[in-house]
Design a protein around this ligand. Structure first.
Ligand code: HEM
Length: 267
């Protein structure tokens, strides 16, 4: 029998497809968080990392396409399973038995919707870079002279807006909740949620998702409260304004101000 037929037409196949796509997306969010945590190091670190990713060129697009297909399959199969579950929903007293499972899957659906909306906004914000004015997307220069996008300042500027920062916190909170249930369902689908493991898996998934939330929240709160600041290009050894004149990139008022302050300090 065709593997695609088994995956997308049988109930067990759909659950395995959910588990596999969920696992891939799970890997992405962990990798993404690890990359983002570099914001706590010297700005060159995260800016160099973003530049490295961008310089992958066509390979980056292959990865992006793979992720998009994974998200689409994950959502598509989730919708199919939802309809199947609705059709099979029992009447009368048996409803009580399935109430908990139904509530959990309802919250999975809602958190999934919000996370999807968040991802669309987030990509427009940080990757397509169209949600804020040009000043929110500065350029900078690495120690080796390479002119790169200043992802460090872009993140700090983004989260200085308390409303946006709160929306990020809520979305990441819902995603963490979604991941926690997704993890347990994933183990169930591949037959690993057996009795002796069940409680252990529940605990591990809770601990893991709390840590995941805290990791993301740390970045947002640190930027919002000024614990991470926009780099001072001159103090860091760069001449940002000159470089920006050369490459024609847009500078932020904040950086221009920093340059002026640093120049005053030097004279
Ligand atoms: C506080 C949490 C987060 C921060 C600070 C953050 C930061 C960023 C930044 C700076 C970029 C742009 C990278 C670049 O242009 O080089 C980015 C891209 C992206 N982020 Fe996040 N992110 C966060 C959470 C998330 C979450 C929870 C998801 C998914 C559920 C996510 C999905 C993405 C995706 C899909 C991209 C586009 C990657 C690409 O194709 O280039 N992010 N993020």
């Amino acid at each position: 029998m065709n593997i695609l037929h088994v995956l997308f037409k049988t109930s067990i196949g759909k659950k395995v497809a959910m588990a596999v796509t969920g696992f891939i997306l799970f890997g992405f969010v962990i990798g993404h968080l690890s990359g983002n945590l570099q914001i706590f190091a010297h700005p060159d670190k995260i800016n160099g990392y973003a530049h490295l990713l961008e310089s992958l060129g066509p390979a980056l697009w292959v990865i992006r396409l793979f992720l998009i297909v994974t998200v689409v399959v994950h959502i598509w199969v989730a919708v199919q399973l939802t309809f199947e579950n609705r059709a099979a929903r029992p009447d009368g007293y048996q409803k009580q038995i399935t109430l908990r499972a139904t509530l959990a899957s309802r919250y999975m659906r809602w958190s999934g919707f919000v996370v999807l909306a968040f991802i669309v906004y987030h990509v427009l914000h940080f990757t397509v870079r169209v949600t804020h004015g040009p000043g929110a997307y500065p350029m900078t220069v690495l120690a080796d002279g390479t002119v790169v996008r200043d992802v460090h300042s872009m993140m700090v500027l983004g989260f200085q807006n308390p409303l946006l920062a709160t929306c990020y916190l809520i979305s990441v909170g819902l995603l963490s909740w979604h991941l926690r249930h997704g993890l347990v369902s994933m183990f169930q689908s591949i037959g690993l949620r057996t009795r002796p493991w069940s409680r252990f898996l529940e605990r591990v998934s809770v601990i893991f998702c709390v840590l995941y939330f805290l990791g993301n929240a740390l970045i947002v709160v640190a930027a919002m409260t000024g614990q991470i600041r926009i780099q001072n290009p001159l103090v860091a050894g760069y001449a940002c304004r000159d470089a920006c004149d050369v490459c024609g990139a847009i500078n932020t008022e904040a950086i221009v101000e920093n340059v002026d302050v640093a120049k005053d300090n030097q004279s």
